[in-house]
Design a protein around this ligand. Structure first.
Ligand code: HDE
Length: 721
């Protein structure tokens, strides 16, 4: 057992008990004002005569309206759109040799967590399906205080220095003159900035990949981005990069699907997370670490402090140390998901920072932003932010102070209060910053070791499968195609040509442009570079790893195929084969997946046996982009659906988005009206056909095909854009 703090707490419910102190439930309770006075009439304001003016005296009306008027708080400047859930973190492989962090010490030790996923650029009400980075934040309520992991689903970032962050965000947010476009990077100001910032080249490869359009928050990796430090009991430091690997694998949708999901269900990811937890399909991630000893700090061809670089897993493998399970939806979105305040500077003994200049800037920004968003330095007292380990200090007062500090002493040193609260020795769990030696001139500049902007961008692109490369090319054609200023498009082609000439050429072909012979130099307004501060001349250092399997979602070796929690659309109409539907639903349920009945109408369908089955969605209220696969059972009556344009769109989209389509018995006739009718006999593995309804292997074959997620070979003949 660790000797320096409280014994290990293993209480995953501790935070729920803490939150319950603030919960309020009005069931079977009288309506009251905020002052506790019971209300007799909540429907009429007080007036001078029934048709007369309202009276100022009406304290019930005034209180209700005033509170309403002040309901909104500023949304987050970035990551405004998000969804959260409660759960726990469990240690599976303790690493006390690297960190003394109390919550990472013993196998089976559990710590309550609250996790929030988000998009970056869009407003609170924007679509979940924007092409964007996803935030991945975890608040650990540890026995030694709060530890916040505040990462993304992409392991690198656009910029190297915090001072460029306001510029980056101003460029990507809707343009200031007309507030367009919402939740989209496909516009001039973003690409103008990016085309002038070659350090963003690596990140651009990730953001243009399918990582930026995840199938689900539950199917994304998480990365801490910066190199942090782990500190052990001997006060030794190791560099660490933190990873989260989703148990369901890392999966994405396709761009055309993303656009249609945004129209069909802008809450797609929020709903997916909520429903999965509601149904008991608790999302799970493994936490892994890449550890680099201090002595190896300069061993790599990139700088560990540069947040535009990751450590290829081929150089330093990821060691799994624990898992996170999200098993409880919030009770109240505002109180929990909106008011939760993360901060990369919330660390506990055993975890410390490095000099990554992006991280250093973040350490300032997060408290500052909570002051404007939540309105007071007492935001740590909001229940979702409250530590479950006791807090005592001499900080006092401020807006909305909840704590009632007793006694006359609020300073240190003091003799009147026995010099309490007292400071803790390191051995008793007191936090002491890592004793790093710093001996340098004050300088506003950048290390030469940060000047490789293209080496890892190349590694990323080269590590993708052809399908993934094609998706990156198409994403860039789309994004740059929305840019109106020709010079920006051309400048971006210059950047791309330094990553990969084939990439640049194919993007240029889509835009009908010529790749410039040499990339454009930054504008310095006539001032020679030596008279300006700023970056080093960009360069490209070849990566010592030429191909990294972990960078491709399709090749990713950690994925075990599963269809758990996936949704299947079962096409129905009166006369549908009842047994086939029931068998498929049962087979899916066994794999923790769900079959939903879609019919031309809501209510019920009458089956071939004269029975009734409830319909989940009509073709009007649903779309195949909201499902992972389509199943067409046999039965009379389905044929008529081939005259229905909505049904044909449903099936054509499922095919276009490379999804599994299973069809049994007479159901096959329905496919004759689709755009892919001529492909059915071509051996497309994603079309699973059961000629007769007795085929017992059918459901198993269908489920096995679904485990592949998508059948990319179909894309070859679909579109050349
Ligand atoms: Fe953030 N970021 N960020 N960021 N960030 C915020 O804090 C900031 C960066 C990340 O679910 C803000 O509470 C600066 C990298 C996530 O509540 C703000 C810089 C990474 C979230 C802020 C960065 C992140 C935020 C806005 C460059 C990945 C959502 C609201 C120096 C490692 C947290 C808030 C949540 C939120 C500042 C760059 C992740 C303004 C100055 C790199 C997941 O403080």
């Amino acid at each position: 057992m660790k000797q320096n703090s409280t014994p290990f707490n293993n209480d995953q419910e501790a935070k729920q008990r803490d939150l319950s102190l603030n919960k309020s439930d009005g069931t079977n309770k009288p309506l009251t004002t905020n002052q506790g006075v019971k209300v007799n009439d909540d429907n009429n304001s007080l007036k001078a005569g029934e048709r007369g003016p309202s009276l100022l005296e009406d304290f019930i009306l005034r209180e209700k309206i005033t509170h309403f008027d002040h309901e909104r708080i500023p949304e987050r400047i970035v990551h405004a759109r998000g969804s959260g859930a409660h759960g726990y973190f469990e240690v599976t492989n303790p690493i006390p040799q690297f960190t003394k962090a109390g919550f990472l010490q013993e196998v089976g030790q559990r710590t309550p967590v609250f996790t929030r996923f988000s998009t970056v650029a869009g407003s609170r009400g924007s679509t979940d399906m924007a092409r964007d980075v996803r935030g991945f934040s975890v608040k650990f309520y540890t026995q030694d205080g709060i530890y916040d992991f505040v990462g993304n689903n992409i392991p690198v970032f656009f910029i190297q220095d915090a001072t460029k962050f306001p510029d980056l965000i101003h460029a990507v947010k809707p343009e200031p003159h007309n507030e367009m476009p919402q939740a989209a990077s496909a516009h001039d100001t973003f690409w103008d900035f990016i085309s002038l910032m070659p350090e963003s080249a690596h990140m651009i490869m990730w953001v243009m990949s399918d990582r930026a359009i995840p199938r689900s928050y539950r199917m994304m990796e998480g990365f801490g981005v910066h190199t942090f430090r782990f500190i052990n009991e001997q006060n030794e430091s190791h560099f660490v990069k933190i990873h989260w690997k989703p148990k369901l694998g890392t999966h994405a949708v396709v761009w055309d699907e993303a656009l249609k999901i945004s129209g069909n269900d802008p809450d797609f990811h929020r709903r997916d997370l909520w429903e999965a937890i509601d149904m008991g399909n608790f999302p799970e991630w493994e936490m892994g670490v890449q550890i680099v000893p201090e002595a190896d700090e300069h061993k790599f061809e990139f700088d560990l402090l540069d947040p535009t670089k990751m450590i290829p897993e081929e150089l330093v493998p990821v060691t799994i140390i624990g898992k996170m399970v999200l098993n409880r939806n919030p009770d109240n979105f505002f109180a929990e998901t909106e008011q939760v305040a993360f901060h990369p500077g919330h660390v506990v003994p055993g975890i410390d920072f490095t000099n990554d200049p992006l991280l250093q800037g973040r350490l300032f920004s997060y408290t500052d932003t909570q002051l404007s968003r939540l309105g007071s330095p007492n935001f740590h007292e909001i229940p979702i932010n409250r530590s479950i380990s006791p807090t005592h200090n001499n900080q006092r007062d401020g807006h909305m102070r909840q704590e009632i500090n007793v006694g006359r002493v609020s300073y240190s040193p003091n003799s009147l209060g026995g010099d309490c609260p007292y400071q803790s020795r390191i051995a008793d769990g007191g936090f002491a910053s890592y004793n790093e030696r710093v001996d340098a001139h004050k300088v506003r500049g950048r290390s030469e070791s940060f000047s490789d902007h293209f080496g890892q961008a190349k590694l990323f692109f080269n590590s993708q499968t052809q399908t993934e490369k094609d998706h990156i090319i198409r994403a860039l054609r789309f994004e740059l195609g929305k840019v109106e200023t020709m010079a920006i498009r051309v400048r971006m082609l210059g950047i791309l040509s330094q990553i990969n000439t084939e990439l640049a050429q194919k993007v240029a072909d889509g835009l009908r442009l010529v790749v410039p012979a040499s990339p454009e130099q930054p504008m310095n307004h006539g001032v020679s570079p030596e008279n300006l501060g700023g970056e080093q001349e960009p360069k490209s250092v070849p990566s010592s790893v030429e191909f990294s399997q972990a960078l491709s979602m399709i090749n990713n070796p950690t994925v075990t195929p599963t269809i758990a929690s996936r949704k299947v659309a079962i096409i129905c109409a009166d006369g549908v084969d009842e047994q086939a539907v029931l068998d498929m639903k049962m087979a899916l349920l066994k794999e923790s997946a769900k079959g939903c009945l879609i019919a031309p109408y809501l209510g019920k369908v009458i089956t071939d046996k004269g029975g009734e089955m409830p319909v989940d969605f009509s073709f009007l209220t649903s779309s195949s982009v909201l499902f992972d696969a389509v199943y067409i059972p046999g039965g009379q009556g389905l044929n008529e659906l081939s005259q229905d344009a909505d049904v044909m769109d449903f099936l054509n989209d499922a095919y276009r988005h490379c999804k599994v389509i299973g069809v049994q018995g007479q159901g096959i006739e329905l496919l004759s009206g689709t755009s892919f009718a001529n492909k059915i006999d071509n051996g497309d593995e994603g079309i699973v056909i059961g000629a007769d309804t007795e085929n017992t292997d059918f459901a198993a074959n269908f489920i096995a095909a679904m485990g592949n997620h998508r059948f990319w070979s179909r894309e070859a003949g679909l579109s050349n854009n």
